[in-house]
Design a binder for this molecule. Structure first.
Ligand SMILES: C[S@@+](CC[C@H](N)C(=O)[O-])C[C@H]1O[C@@H](n2cnc3c(N)ncnc32)[C@H](O)[C@@H]1O
Ligand code: SF4
Length: 344
């Protein structure tokens, strides 16, 4: 891995980012949407709200995309298979092997609902460059998990985590999407995850696509003192149990979104700044609602992908007006190591 990739892996200043983009106009990672359909039907999730034809990307079409973007693949650190459910694609590992032909150091961190893991695919991922598997687990009680993620089976997910943990690698993390429904479970959740041998817990905020689900989130312009106390308690418990934990900010403020460091390629080869701007997506944030206007920055079959990325990287150094109603652009969704400083 070259030195620029190593620097890009870290949280860097806007100035350094601009300099890097000048000398090496490549993203930190690439994501290709290899499916538009999920094995679960979570009612709060974008995948079940947007209007899209359900489909799985053909292996041959995927290879054509990869051939086109190979100059970028050679320079990036990570490759992400879909923003939906990577294990739902029957040719996930054939796809990984094809990408690795262009860059044997590229890695494939996986984010999954944990339902489709089994001995066979766990063995397959262990023999590839998968540094971590992050499993969505929004509580430590069966009822909490199953009532939030439609179709999830608590026992199955926990059993699959245990199989993963028997392997030497990858690291096994969890994501806890914190809402008004499960926040009371967070401190016990830390113990539960520590007992399972989880490496890191990412506590994420809830992004409301529909106004009727806005009551599930608890960040605001002023923050939230009650939830702050729970986060601090969970942090203390995590220290005691020697498990790593990260939190999102609780105070909304326009921030540079990490999505903008990655190149997102949709199921048809279209490049967009992020999933929410790839197609019309409803968003509701603190009493306001709207629908995004899709931004198509180019198509990898019609233009040199390096040129598409250079143009995109230049246009997105400032917070974009298109992200006004996106909670991700306000720092309150994704866990950040920096958010803890604000809590203390
Ligand atoms: C879109 S899913 C894709 C990976 C996989 N299917 C899963 O569920 O983990 C990625 C993460 O987003 C979370 N998520 C889905 N809808 C969300 C929402 N409205 N707000 C915050 N996180 C959400 C999921 O719980 C999961 O942790
Ligand atoms: S499993 Fe993940 S991608 Fe699928 S519907 Fe649920 S949150 Fe969305």
């Amino acid at each position: 891995m070259n030195i620029i990739c190593k620097i890009r892996e870290n949280d860097i200043s806007e100035l350094l980012r601009k300099v890097l983009n000048k000398v090496a106009p490549y993203p930190k990672g690439i994501g290709v949407e290899i499916m538009t359909v999920c094995n679960l039907k979570c009612k709060h999730c974008r995948v079940n709200i947007i209007d899209v034809e359900p489909q799985m990307m053909e292996l041959n079409f995927f290879k054509q995309i990869v051939d086109r973007i190979s100059p970028i693949i050679k320079k990036v650190v990570t490759f992400q298979f879909s923003t939906i459910e990577p294990f739902f694609h029957p040719q996930l590992f054939a796809m990984m092997d094809y990408v690795s032909k262009y860059n044997k150091y590229i890695s494939y961190p996986l984010l999954t609902n944990g339902m489709l893991l089994n001995d066979k695919n766990i063995a397959s991922l262990c023999s590839r460059r998968v540094p971590s598997v992050t499993v969505s687990l929004d509580g430590c009680k069966q009822e909490t998990v199953e009532s939030f993620k439609t179709g999830a089976k608590f026992d199955k997910i926990i059993n699959n985590i245990k199989i993963l943990k028997k392997m030497d690698k990858p690291k096994v993390n969890t994501i806890f999407v914190a809402t008004s429904l499960n926040i009371g479970e967070l401190v016990d959740y830390v113990d539960f995850c520590a007992d399972l041998g989880i490496n890191r817990i990412f506590v994420n905020g809830f992004l409301s696509y529909l106004p009727e689900l806005s009551h599930l989130s608890f960040y605001s312009k002023e923050g939230n003192l009650e939830v702050r106390k729970v986060f601090l308690k969970a942090n203390e418990r995590a220290k005691k149990r020697d498990i790593s934990i990260q939190f999102p900010h609780l105070v909304t403020a326009r921030k540079r979104c990490d999505n903008l460091s990655h190149m997102y390629i949709g199921e048809n080869g279209n490049v967009s700044p992020c999933i929410h701007l790839a197609r019309k997506t409803p968003l509701a944030l603190m009493g306001e609602k709207g629908v995004t206007i899709p931004i198509m920055s180019g198509n990898v079959f019609k233009e040199n992908p390096v040129h598409i990325w250079s143009r995109l990287a230049k246009s997105r150094s400032e917070p974009m007006s298109a992200c006004r109603l996106c909670a991700e652009a306000h720092g309150v969704i994704v866990s950040k190591s920096s958010a803890l400083k604000d809590l203390l």
